[in-house]
Design a protein around this ligand. Structure first.
Ligand SMILES: C[S@@+](CC[C@H](N)C(=O)[O-])C[C@H]1O[C@@H](n2cnc3c(N)ncnc32)[C@H](O)[C@@H]1O
Length: 205
């Protein structure tokens, strides 16, 4: 791991992902989590204080040890039993059907094998469990899409593998989920290639 990945990127991510606009979106998603929750790409733990009384336990995974260390500090300040593990969403260290709810916030953009990860999420969810997500991705507008495709090769090198142009709805549906609720659009402020979002809930089809 480079100096940038170990010391700079985790702090940049923590600050960028803690902006008020983004926190407001988290507050629309996380209180809907329930039962045994798995959060994939838990990052620095910014969702952890937002889990509500309907949550029994939270398991959080992330491949970045520096981010997990930050998440551990956030976990220590919450009331839920939280277990954090260094793991990748493409190979979840959990049995089939063990979670009532899987949460993914701004993570599907960065996972190298996103189809593999969604297959794993499907495997560990109970048949009637919920996948709750808020993700940025491919915009509707053709002009914005062109910029997303142009910027992604450079952006992913600076931003921990983040893609601006992933078709989140199609990826989730293509992994065998039925999308229940979905809101799309430029849900936060900022340059348009970075702000098109998909916020919603899905179940195994
Ligand atoms: C933009 S950050 C978002 C962090 C957090 N989900 C949040 O809402 O603040 C992207 C996250 O995806 C994680 N990530 C990257 N590759 C991953 C993988 N293969 N499996 C799980 N998480 C991954 C990164 O380590 C990072 O924590």
């Amino acid at each position: 791991m480079s100096f940038y990945e170990r010391y700079v990127l985790p702090r940049l991510l923590h600050v960028a992902m803690g902006q008020a606009d983004i926190t407001r979106q988290r507050e629309r998603v996380i209180p809907g989590a329930h039962g045994r929750v798995l959060e994939v790409g838990v990052g620095s733990g910014l969702n952890l204080p937002l889990y509500g009384a309907g949550v029994t336990t939270v398991a959080g995974i992330d491949p970045s040890e520096p981010l997990l260390a930050m998440a551990a500090k956030a976990a220590a300040r919450t009331r839920h039993e939280t277990a954090l593990s260094p793991a990748s969403a493409e190979a979840l260290p959990f049995p089939d059907g063990g979670f009532d709810c899987v949460v993914s916030t701004w993570t599907l953009c960065s996972i190298p094998d996103v189809e593999g990860a969604l297959g794993e999420i499907r495997r560990v969810l109970k048949p009637d469990g919920d996948l709750l997500f808020i993700e940025h991705g491919l915009a509707e507008d053709e002009g914005v899409r062109r910029w997303q495709h142009r910027l992604t090769p450079l952006w992913r090198r600076c931003a921990g593998g983040c893609h601006l142009d992933r078709p989140i709805r199609a990826l989730i549906a293509g992994a065998g989920f039925e999308i229940g609720t979905l809101e799309t659009g430029h849900l936060i402020k900022g340059p348009r290639p970075f702000t098109y979002h998909y916020r919603g809930q899905a179940r195994i089809a």
